[in-house]
Write a protein that binds this ligand. Structure first.
Ligand code: ADP
Length: 377
């Protein structure tokens, strides 16, 4: 054999052995990282690595020569595997998350990629399946789903309870209120001094309870299903209606209300009115020594409109920024500022139902600015 030819053969042998070594290294790395199996085109298993045996709890002997049906958990419909065979039969890669059953009957989840290995004509001759164990992740997902379902159920129950309680309490309360008024009318000033004080307490108590129950009813009603009753709402119109409703409070408090043009948004007109009304009445109610100056403005970005109601009132300290949106949480007592602690909780629910957010910026004695966003459709 001529020297030149021998050199060429040597070179070829060297590069072949380099390639074989490289392939062996890749296989080693793959076996270390993943659950690997090879099947022939009929689906008969011809190779499994030790990770496959470990997770399926079958030995190599039990698996080789068998079919993947041996680990089928019955979880996926027949169409699922039909689609798989169709895809890989065409020579395309197939990916899915599969639930399998180990020899001891336990289930495991694997993230699977099946790569058809083809001949020179592009026809599949074998299938290489590479899988990763995602059982823990799936369990966490399942638990999370279950917890969310339970939470949703509990919330619904609570809402139903709040609704029924507030709704059914109205009737007996109306009765107590009217008899308290009757006693007041008939006996005020005709019994002793103490009786007059008690009659006043009774009237005050029933008034406050009516407010609380109405608020609770409003709160439980504010979560009707998402987007129900949604229409295009011109917030300028809503604002002028609110200002008309609050005319007396505005005049009595000497409030100055400034506003710029507001957008039209998709929403529930009754709830949006409630939202703006609650924010403006708070701006009037929580005033400081100066008469209230209230600014209602709007800005927008690509996704949402942001409306703000700013006042020059008593302000809120930062540690209470979240607290004010929690139902029945009040920062002042009834004597200082009357209220129920429901208004801002209702605002939060309304804004969230519209897919938006509500927040505030404030400094004690310097005033507050409440913001809410409504997504653009
Ligand atoms: P309510 O006014 O009936 O107490 P809200 O839910 O509307 O209930 O408000 C919760 C608390 O947040 C109020 O008790 C008050 O302390 C505080 N707050 C709300 N709005 C303002 C405001 N504009 N300025 C200062 N404090 C406010």
């Amino acid at each position: 054999m001529p020297d030149r030819m021998r050199e060429d053969i040597n070179e070829l042998q060297n590069s072949l052995s380099d390639t074989v070594f490289e392939l062996a290294s890749i296989k080693y790395a793959l076996d270390e990282a993943a659950i690997v199996a090879i099947t022939d085109i009929k689906g008969t298993i011809t190779y499994v690595n030790s990770k496959f045996c470990e997770i399926s709890k079958y030995s190599q002997n039990e698996l080789i020569g068998n079919n993947h049906r041996i680990i089928n958990s019955g979880y996926h419909p027949v169409e699922f595997f039909k689609e798989m065979y169709k895809t890989i039969g065409k020579g395309d890669i197939w990916k899915a998350q599969i639930r399998n059953r180990a020899k001891d009957g336990s289930f495991y989840w694997v993230d699977t990629t099946i790569v058809p290995l083809k001949n020179r004509d592009g026809k599949p001759i074998k299938y290489l399946a590479i899988r990763f164990d995602i059982t823990a992740q799936k369990r966490t997902e399942e638990r999370l789903k279950q917890t969310l379902n339970e939470l949703e159920y509990t919330n619904k129950e609570l809402e139903h309870f709040a609704y029924v309680a507030s709704h059914d309490l109205r009737e007996p309360l109306r009765m107590v209120t009217s008899y308290a008024q009757l006693i007041g009318r008939k006996y005020q000033g005709r019994l002793d001094e103490n009786a007059d004080v008690y009659i006043n307490y009774l009237a005050e108590g029933t008034k406050r309870m009516t407010k609380l129950i109405d608020g609770l009813l409003q709160y439980s009603r504010s979560t009707a299903s998402k987007c129900q009753n949604f229409a295009e709402v011109d917030l300028n119109k809503v604002l002028s209606e609110v200002l008309a409703d609050l005319k007396i409070a505005i005049e009595e408090s000497n409030s100055k209300v400034h506003y710029s043009s507001l957008p039209s948004v998709m929403g529930d007109p009754v709830q949006l009115r409630q939202l703006i009304q609650n924010l403006i009445s708070n701006a009037i109610k929580y005033r400081d020594r100066e008469p209230p100056v209230i600014d209602i403005t709007s800005k927008e970005n690509s996704d949402e409109f942001i409306i703000s109601v700013k006042d020059n009132g008593i302000g809120i300290s930062p540690e209470n920024f979240d607290r004010v949106f929690v139902i029945f949480q009040r920062l002042h007592n009834e004597e200082e500022y009357p209220g129920t602690g429901i208004g801002l909780a209702v605002c939060k629910r309304i804004v969230e139902r519209h897919g938006g957010r509500i927040w505030l910026e404030s400094k004690p004695s310097k005033g507050s600015e409440f913001f809410f966003s409504i997504p653009k459709v």
